[in-house]
Write a protein that binds this ligand. Structure first.
Ligand SMILES: NC(=O)C1=CN([C@@H]2O[C@H](COP(=O)(O)OP(=O)(O)OC[C@H]3O[C@@H](n4cnc5c(N)ncnc54)[C@H](OP(=O)(O)O)[C@@H]3O)[C@@H](O)[C@H]2O)C=CC1
Ligand SMILES: O=C(O)[C@@H]1CCC=N1
Length: 272
């Protein structure tokens, strides 16, 4: 990047992104993390390559950032966004990671000419294994789109959707998705205890099973259904378990459908 990046909100998500940018060296022109907290997550407070300020008022008066990344909670955005309107001029791209907040919302606060990329990452971004869904308004130039993609690639894979409404669906599936998987670990461990395993062993087995299965899927690139079939012997133990889990009326499919639908609906509600 030729000019500085501003990261507004350096919590779990913003911090994960900044961590990736510092590692990749993409923000070599300098970065500012604006966050009221005394110390930043992921040990960032001790890392070089950016300046931490607590308030937008502490930023240099003549700053002309290349990118402003908005990573505060959606509910905090109204109170925060006004302080960044001064940067909404040609040459500055706004990238939001806030769930629900629409491009229309940002155009209302930053002006109709502001270049805005709305995204939704997920927390595996912290180890470069995230996936981010993105959409852009027509003010975003090709070079700015490429810059946004480069920034988000520091956190993992990037997909673009033209229909902004689908960002709510991406949120319901992938933005919130890591929490579903972590809860599955909790549920598997609890179920292991029910069949007689000590709690610590049940949790160790559940963690390693989910982590290993995810890594197997990533490394082989194989279809999930094929990997599932590879575990399933005819009339064996997995078959017996999957008869319960895959029941179309009472198993995981209808439960996951309701889960993703509820998160997608909540994303729409956060629009503002
Ligand atoms: N966590 C996740 O899995 C994902 C989160 N997101 C989105 O990322 C955004 C941030 O979420 P998350 O990182 O989880 O939340 P966090 O609460 O961890 O991070 C938000 C940060 O913003 C800070 N903040 C509050 N007010 C201001 C301000 N005026 N100026 C600058 N910073 C401020 C908060 O400080 P303090 O705590 O002191 O108030 C906090 O450090 C949300 O919009 C969320 O929808 C998107 C995808 C996934
Ligand atoms: O729970 C949330 O609202 C945020 C957005 C996606 C993941 N966490």
């Amino acid at each position: 990047m030729e000019r500085p990046l501003l990261l507004v909100g350096c919590g779990k998500m913003g911090g994960a992104l900044l961590e990736g940018w510092l590692k990749s060296g993409i923000v070599a022109a300098g970065a500012y993390a604006i966050d009221p907290s005394d110390s930043l997550p992921y040990g960032l407070s001790d890392k070089p390559g950016f300046s931490h300020v607590k308030d937008a008022a502490d930023l240099p008066a003549d700053l002309h950032p290349q990118v402003v990344v908005l990573a505060v909670k959606p509910q905090a955005m109204d109170a925060v966004i006004g302080a960044y309107g001064r940067f909404a001029k040609p040459g500055t791209l706004f990238v939001s990671v806030a769930a629900g907040k629409t491009i229309g919302y940002f155009e209302r606060h930053l002006g109709a000419n502001a270049a805005i990329v709305r995204t939704i990452p997920n927390t595996p971004a912290a180890i470069g294994r995230g996936i981010t869904g993105c959409t852009a308004n027509p003010n975003v130039a090709d070079a700015e789109r490429a810059m946004a993609e480069l920034l988000l690639q520091a956190a993992g894979e990037v997909i673009w959707v033209e229909d902004e409404a689908l960002i709510d669906s991406v949120t319901g599936l992938a933005g919130s998705g890591p929490a579903y998987v972590f809860h599955m670990v909790e549920a598997m461990a609890a179920a292991g205890e029910k069949v007689g395993l000590p709690a610590d062993i049940a949790m160790k087995l559940a963690r390693a099973t989910v982590a290993g299965a995810g890594e197997l899927m990533r490394v082989t690139g194989e279809e999930a259904s094929v990997l599932r079939q590879n575990v399933t012997s005819p009339n064996g133990t997995t078959y017996a378990g999957l008869q319960v889990l895959m029941d179309p009326a009472t198993g995981l499919p209808p439960l996951m459908e309701r889960t993703v639908a509820a998160a997608t609906k909540r994303s729409r509600e956060l629009a503002g």
